[in-house]
Write a protein that binds this ligand. Structure first.
Ligand SMILES: Nc1ncnc2c1ncn2[C@@H]1O[C@H](COP(=O)(O)OP(=O)(O)OP(=O)(O)O)[C@@H](O)[C@H]1O
Length: 297
């Protein structure tokens, strides 16, 4: 069985220059925001999170419902992700996957339900408060410092996120694995899309997240670049004990990285469990409307 590997949005993203993965902390950190959300006081508050506190934490999502006015997106969504665990969230276009991530990271307030991080209620954010606690969301679009070199990008992220010089040590394996080393002095917006996206992931790492929410991390990447996502997720689990949630349309990647998947469809959780089992269920296959290769079933 095979599902479509990309959403229409992914196709739109493919090949775009100047876009990559961004994250909520760097939204705060982007130059335009440095005197806004991340004014001096906020920078200080972000920097006080010590590395010792960053050991991963259990994320519990309890009975979440979300509506936009009359539009009911989903209800009664619950799941738990332990430190070091990876959960895949899949479902057809419009099922509410991104909305769910937005609720978890504090960008959106749920209509009902709770989000707990290490037992602490963080429901409804705001996003900078959730990111300070270590819930980091990556986006499909970039928010790196476009006019800064790769080295400066990383330094700023390290400085503002933890202020810890040894942070570079934890980042350098990724810089090397992603092939960024030869480009450290290159301005980030001069990089090809794939490398910008990898830089975005390195910046995510610089924030030492406890919970990582990855929204279509493989979108726009060439097939040969996609194993870098595996390297990244593995690194974040090993080095930081991150609880990882991945929204992704690339089912190959989901099968490789996620021992457990949750399927959203028609406003509810349609299935949850081992990907091999879940992805062979008829109701799940039907939800994807014929994107099925019968031979592989
Ligand atoms: N801010 C908003 N206001 C109103 N409706 C919204 C808002 N955000 C999302 N929606 C709607 O919620 C529904 C779920 O959208 P969402 O983007 O979460 O789906 P998705 O599963 O991530 O889709 P895709 O796989 O295409 O990215 C859609 O009908 C969308 O139009």
């Amino acid at each position: 069985m095979m599902f479509a590997s990309r959403s229409p949005e992914s196709e739109k993203d493919a090949g775009a220059i100047g876009r990559g993965t961004s994250l909520n902390v760097l939204e705060d950190l982007s130059p335009g925001n440095l005197h806004g959300v991340m004014g001096p006081r906020n920078i200080e508050r972000t920097a006080v999170v010590s590395p010792e506190d960053r050991k991963g934490a259990t994320l519990i999502v309890e009975g979440i419902r979300k509506s936009f006015g009359g539009l009911h997106v989903f209800s009664d969504v619950s799941f738990t992700v332990a430190p070091g665990e990876v959960l895949g969230i899949i479902g057809p276009n419009g099922a509410g996957k991104t909305t769910l991530i937005n609720v978890v990271c504090g960008m959106l307030r749920p209509s009902a339900g709770r989000v707990l991080l290490g037992g602490e209620d963080i429901t409804g954010g705001p996003i900078h408060a959730s990111s300070r606690r270590g819930v980091i969301r990556s986006f499909q679009q970039t928010n790196t410092f476009r006019n800064a070199t790769i080295r400066e990008n990383i330094s700023r992220a390290v400085r503002f996120s933890r202020g810890e010089s040894s942070a570079w040590k934890k980042l350098s394996p990724l810089v090397e694995a992603f092939g960024l080393e030869p480009y450290l002095s290159v301005q980030s917006d001069k990089l090809p899309y794939g490398l910008q996206k990898m830089l975005g992931l390195v910046l995510v790492c610089a924030t030492s997240p406890k919970v990582l929410l990855l929204d279509e991390p493989a979108a726009g990447l060439e097939h040969r670049e996609r194993p870098r996502i595996d390297i990244f997720v593995d690194h974040m689990r090993r080095e930081f004990g991150c609880a990882v949630v991945i929204v992704e349309h690339d089912m190959e990647l989901v099968r490789r990285l996620c021992p457990r998947v949750l399927v959203l469809d028609s406003g509810r959780v349609l299935a949850e469990g081992d990907p091999a089992e879940v992805l062979s269920r008829k109701d799940v296959i039907d939800a994807y409307l014929g994107a099925v290769d019968e031979e592989a079933r």
